[in-house]
Design a protein around this ligand. Sequence first.
Ligand SMILES: CCC[C@H](NC(=O)CCC(=O)O)C(=O)O
Ligand SMILES: NC(=O)OP(=O)(O)O
Length: 316
Amino acid sequence: MQNFLSVKDAVDVQALVKEALLYKKTPYADKHLGRNRTMGLLFFNSSLRTRLSTQRAAQNLGLELMVMNVGQDSWGLEFEDGAIMDGNKAEHIKEAAPVIGQYCDIVGIRSFPGLTDREEDYSEKVINQFVKNTGRPIVSLESATRHPLQSLADLITIEELKTKPRPKVVLTWAPHVKALPQAVPNSFAEWMNAANVDFVITHPEGYELAPEFVGNAKVTHNQEEAFKDADFIYAKNWSSYTQYGQILSQDPSWMVTMEKMKLTNNAKFMHCLPVRRNIVVEDAVLDSPNSVVVQQAGNRVWSAQVVMKQILLSII
Ligand SMILES: CCC[C@H](NC(=O)CCC(=O)O)C(=O)O
Ligand SMILES: NC(=O)OP(=O)(O)O
């Protein structure tokens, strides 16, 4: 595995899930694999789960870690080729990336989209500049259009909790107070389309995801119809892709409620977190035994650990 940017970097998705579940049983099986190796984690945006789970996974493999908040701890970085650097960005990615590559054997990058220029965000300009200039394997910690470590953890959770060979999985849009990226839903859809699930996406009109992520999923604007007989409900807000970065609706009738969960086949409730209680989903659902959001977050360790193992095996 050269980089981990999307589901395309997982040669065998089911094998990756199986390996991750094995790590869940035996976390220290490869505790020396990362000996004398260092991973750098660069955050352009906030994080709790990704920051902590990736550090724990690295520790389980004997990897040393360096963590940096880009912009606060480091210099502001310029990504424009040919830029005349007379503003507030002191360093160009063309220097910063290869220098980071001098210190780290693997580099994780979190960089959210700007949500103003769709072409720039969907070209994955930031993470691709790191891929081009660092000279080391790059792991996405959530990029402009995907969050593969989250999606692998999501699939691990579904595989360990499913009660039938092909569960019905519903990705439902939910309201939010801010304009959020499409990265989590894009990535979830990409991984569900690569898994043995009956996958449905439900959202208000105007929130269609990019076709390359929707794939063969069934799409409906009727949330209650989507919930019928579902085995997993995955809630997430996202801003419009078609009217890029816009909030077209904050309709509270799309909030996930116990009433709606009753339409399902006793479905598990999933969310990547952080979640806005009583905006995205009501307290009663999150506080119910059907909410698996903490177990899902716990699986981020095994998701990161199995990816780091695959990358370490490619550089040792
Ligand atoms: C893993 C999710 C990260 C991010 N979530 C947020 O930015 C939520 C921020 C908020 O609720 O204020 C997102 O939606 O992509
Ligand atoms: N789900 C997730 O990636 O959480 P953080 O943004 O807290 O890392």
